[in-house]
Design a protein around this ligand. Structure first.
Ligand code: 5AD
Ligand code: SF4
Length: 463
């Protein structure tokens, strides 16, 4: 990589160093991008990579090889945020050799220009609502500017779409259908970091679905912070209709979607899953708590009964819809009784997968003003009790599938077990052996007979 060693430059001489780097980057433009957090971030990174490549940059595998080092960050819980600052700290000495740093994503939006104070060697800070301006920001970076910000807040109406998405996942094509969030759950930073809700036109979504099927993808995952609030700006499709239309794109085999919000979840979503076989039989419906008192404090805008009614629709479906959820334990004021209500809900719903989190206070959120009186040890205890109970539920659920023959999409190899790793339509990990010596390619399908089950995965043999 052709960035010259500038370690002889004085540390404080940012101006001359920036110009110097601008020159070096003009000869060969390389970048390294590391992504933290959710699938939305993973997919944003695919779009950012495509945009950079379009601007003449080449992606490299390590910080050491890169002229531009980017971190696409997450701030949903405090540890994720700390990780970014640790990473920046680990590599800050590379700045002396002329490398430029950029912080993207939720920490960028949340901390804004404060990042320049904490890490003065960072030149670019941009939240996801400003990514459409990336080409322009890159030109300024190359010209040697050092404190470039893209910090559009909740005002933006625009979505970030590009036909140059550089897909990194070999078997699953992500498509954003809605960005931002207007829900303002009291614990959540997302409405502040990702801006207001804005849906993408259904024609554009369908065109992208067709395009990626043409590229060879057979599985699509529709993404949004709250896909159920999808409002087609073209006025053509509800979320369920869009789901149905994507499921009927010629050549598609699997369609997933995430994340759903119980408040906006409508029955027609279950009906289209029943009607269209390509729609996967899995719904992720975060409940966060089983206690109405806590749900109210969380500003979730539904009750336990409302939530269970929707679960009832899913259980009444013709297809066996697998259910998963997110739960926060130790929300400010969560009593022992509230926690027991959540445990009861687990027993009632019988999820196939639960993501459990200890409440973590986030900047700007209303819950920050509530007294976070539950000690971390108690939060950790509740989380452990919850996960232990859920493990038992899953042990039973998963073992019921022994003897079934299911379709598995291959994701890769599981070298530890010398098996092929894949996923069922229900989103359950399946590790299987095959009489064929050559491992099938990621994205191909196999029929697998389930021979054993663990609480988090199934085991089988290809037939
Ligand atoms: N503390 C703990 N968990 C949180 N989540 C969101 N915000 C917080 C927070 N402040 C969890 C929710 C959400 C998931 C993506 O992360 O369960 O559904
Ligand atoms: Fe956060 Fe609630 Fe929006 Fe989900 S729906 S992103 S938890 S504010």
């Amino acid at each position: 990589m052709a960035v010259r060693d500038t370690s002889d430059l004085p540390d404080a001489n940012i101006e001359s160093e920036a110009k110097y780097t601008g020159l070096a980057m003009a000869t060969e433009k390389t970048f390294y991008l590391e992504t933290f957090g959710c699938q939305m971030n993973a997919h944003d990174s695919e779009k950012v990579i495509g945009t950079l490549q379009q601007q003449g940059y080449r992606q490299v595998e390590s910080e050491g090889e890169a002229g531009l080092i980017l971190y696409n960050t997450c701030s949903i819980r405090d540890k994720a945020e700390q990780k970014v600052f640790n990473r920046l700290n680990d590599y800050k000495k590379l700045h002396k050799s002329g490398k430029r740093f950029g912080v993207l994503g939720c920490v960028a939006q949340q901390e804004g220009e404060k990042i320049f104070e904490r890490a003065p060697y960072v030149s670019l800070v941009s939240g996801s609502a400003s990514y459409r301006k990336l080409p322009e920001m890159l030109v300024r970076l190359e010209a040697g500017e050092s404190r470039i910000t893209g910090l559009d807040d909740r005002q933006t109406d625009e979505t970030f779409e590009t036909e140059f998405t550089a897909r990194q996942n070999p078997y699953r094509g992500y498509i954003t259908i809605i960005e931002g969030c207007d829900k303002f759950c009291s614990y959540c930073v997302v409405p502040y970091t990702r801006g207001k809700e804005r849906s993408r036109g259904s024609s554009s979504v369908l065109a992208e679905a067709r395009r990626i099927v043409d590229q060879g993808y057979t599985e699509i995952q529709l993404l949004g912070q709250n896909v159920n609030s999808y409002r087609d700006p073209e006025g053509k499709s509800s979320f369920a209709e869009l789901l149905a239309a994507v499921g009927q794109v010629h050549g598609i085999r699997r369609v997933r979607f995430t994340t759903s919000h119980p408040r906006d979840f409508t029955r027609d979503i279950v009906e289209v899953i029943d009607a269209i076989p390509t729609l996967c039989d899995h719904i992720h419906l975060p409940v966060q708590s089983g206690s109405n008192r806590v749900l109210k404090m969380m500003a979730r805008e539904y009750t336990r009964e409302w939530y269970l009614e929707r679960i009832g629709w899913m259980k009444a479906a013709r297809r066996q819809i697998s259910l998963s959820t997110d739960i926060i334990v130790g929300f400010p004021g969560e009593s022992e009784d509230d926690f027991i209500s959540t445990m009861d809900l687990l027993a009632e719903v019988q999820y196939d997968c639960v993501f459990g989190f200890k409440y973590s206070a986030r900047p700007n959120t209303p819950a920050l003003t509530m007294i976070d009186s539950i000690p971390d040890s108690e939060k950790a205890k509740r989380l452990q009790v919850l996960l232990d109970r859920q493990r038992e539920i899953q042990r039973i659920n998963y073992s019921k599938q022994i003897g079934e023959i299911i379709e598995v999409m291959v994701e890769g190899l599981n070298p530890a077990r010398e098996q092929i790793a894949g996923r069922s339509s229900q989103n359950k990990p399946v590790n299987f052996s095959s009489p064929v010596l050559i491992a099938p390619a990621p994205g191909s399908y196999a029929k697998v007979k389930i021979t054993a089950a663990f609480p988090n995965s199934l085991v089988g043999e290809a037939i």
